[in-house]
Design a binder for this molecule. Structure first.
Ligand SMILES: C[S@@+](CC[C@H](N)C(=O)[O-])C[C@H]1O[C@@H](n2cnc3c(N)ncnc32)[C@H](O)[C@@H]1O
Length: 311
């Protein structure tokens, strides 16, 4: 896929219907040769539209008007390039707990949670958030995670979590204002509700910070998993992580995780975690597949806003 095509893909499949601002920006950028020539000087992993848009927002640049965005980007390229080279897309979306919950609630309790690619660890608190599946409410307090659920009954309990740990190449800290500013810049412009829940979830995490280890999902997973307490069900999970990992490492990771005790929950796009047979997705939007121990269970939207259980 060319860079221009990847910007079209992001605009039409990820941003369309979710962020008109990023859809507009991504499609305009895909036709802008001068801008794409600059982007092309970066390593492939640093060319993603949402990384570029997030950095421009972090630096106070405009994203509402594609022309103003382009002028700002061209005029400030050295500063933007420096940020792009050091930062990565580490969007931490606690809303994804809403699609993990039906599986987590059905496992033998209590749970020892180990999230791979945890960012700041906000998905490690599924027991502390409140949920709204249509008119079915679960839990109290903030944040309330909304999820349109079809094909299965909503969970009737939250899990009991006795241990939570995250593994990430670059863990972010909800107690560090610079890290929180970057997480905030990664939230898409119109998504005031996501910004509010990021703040609410960060407050939950800051009150009882998780164990966050710096390390790689293949090399460092067994040692961290070995720290989980006996008497709890170990659950290794990951959401929206494998697209950042080269294919051979993804395969090795799957072997490592299958060798661990407990359960494995994956919430990833089918191009990075293929399954033998999948039903048709509900529409053309980009979907993750939720899988338990390698068995695909449901299509899920990328911010946890919807989930369609397989029949
Ligand atoms: C898009 S974020 C998703 C964060 C979180 N899972 C969520 O859904 O909110 C992907 C995270 O995976 C981490 N990551 C990428 N490759 C990794 C690897 N090989 N080992 C550990 N973490 C990795 C990144 O640093 C980043 O924080």
């Amino acid at each position: 896929m060319t860079i221009a095509e990847s910007y079209v893909e992001f605009g039409t499949r990820e941003a369309r219907g979710v962020s008109p601002t990023y859809e507009r920006l991504s499609l305009a950028s895909s036709r802008d040769e001068e801008l794409l020539t600059l982007v092309e000087t970066l390593p492939p992993a640093k060319r993603q539209p949402n990384l570029l848009f997030g950095v421009v927002r972090l630096l106070g640049g405009p994203v509402n008007d594609p022309t103003a965005f382009r002028d700002f980007t061209l005029a400030n390229w050295p500063a933007i390039e420096a940020e792009l080279r050091t930062r990565a897309v580490q969007t931490n979306e606690p809303g994804r707990c809403a699609v993990l919950l039906p599986v987590l609630a059905a496992l033998p309790q209590p749970l020892a949670l180990l999230e791979v690619g945890a960012s700041a660890g906000l998905c490690l608190y599924p027991d502390r958030y409140a949920y709204r599946y249509g008119d079915h409410l679960l839990g109290t307090g903030e944040p309330v995670l909304d999820c349109a659920l079809t094909g299965t009954a909503p969970p009737d309990r939250r899990p009991e979590v006795v241990w939570r740990a995250g593994l990430d190449l670059n863990p972010l800290r909800v107690t560090d204002p610079a890290d929180v500013a970057w997480l905030d810049a990664l939230v898409w412009p119109e998504h005031a509700h996501r910004r509010a829940r990021l703040r609410a979830a960060a407050a939950v995490a800051a009150a009882d910070p998780p164990l966050l280890a710096r390390g790689d999902m293949v090399d460092d997973l067994p040692a961290l998993a070995a720290q989980a307490p006996a008497g709890a069900t170990l659950v290794v999970f990951h959401t929206s992580v494998l697209y950042q990992v080269p294919a051979p490492r993804r395969a090795t990771f799957a072997e490592v995780v299958r060798g661990l005790p407990g359960h494995w929950i994956a919430n990833e796009t089918p191009d990075v975690m293929p399954h033998d047979a999948l039903p048709e997705p509900p529409d053309d939007a980009l979907y993750n597949v939720l899988a338990l121990d390698g068995k695909p269970l449901a299509w899920t939207r990328s911010h946890g806003q919807a989930m369609t259980w397989f029949g």
